[in-house]
Design a protein around this ligand. Structure first.
Ligand code: RB5
Length: 148
């Protein structure tokens, strides 16, 4: 699976940890920045990662900022993105099973590296359950398309 990853200055250090972990696990990781701790705005980085997903270049994405909130707000503006802000393992598992989330957002000022890596593993290892959830996520797309 090819993954896209991005962070602002608040998430830079955790991004590096997550990226190294994913590469170690054998994933191909496209790093959309930022590449140091200099202050940068989060929305353009969220857009870069989101575009890799909707464009089909990467299957899933991970976005990290201070809280994870700005990244999730920005990513969810892109049509076709279902970005889930997760700070625990239960949400990471169920947002894949039930929501088919294609981007995971985390807050580096909230979630420590140990927990973040467990969240990331659940996000990349858990497959969408389908079934009754297909119609439910289709209604999210209906909102995007003005049908709901
Ligand atoms: C940057 O200071 C901070 O606002 C950002 O990383 C993020 O938490 C925004 O939602």
């Amino acid at each position: 699976m090819k993954l896209a990853i991005g962070a602002d200055h608040g998430g830079f250090t955790l991004k590096e940890t997550v990226k190294a972990h994913l590469i170690e696990r054998g994933f191909e990781v496209e790093d959309c920045g930022t590449f140091d701790e200099k202050s940068v705005n989060y929305a353009p980085i969220a857009k870069k990662v989101a575009d890799k997903i909707v464009g089909g270049e990467c299957e899933r994405g991970i976005l990290i900022c201070g809280t994870g909130i700005g990244m999730s707000m920005a990513a969810n503006k892109v049509k076709g993105i279902r970005a889930a802000h997760c700070g625990d393992c239960f949400c990471a598992k169920y947002t894949r099973l039930h929501n088919d989330a294609n981007i995971l957002c985390m807050g580096a000022r909230i979630t420590g590296a140990g927990l973040a890596l467990e969240i990331v593993d659940l996000f990349v290892d858990t497959e969408f359950e389908g079934g009754r959830h297909i119609a439910r996520i289709a209604e999210i797309a209906d909102i995007e398309n003005g049908k709901l």
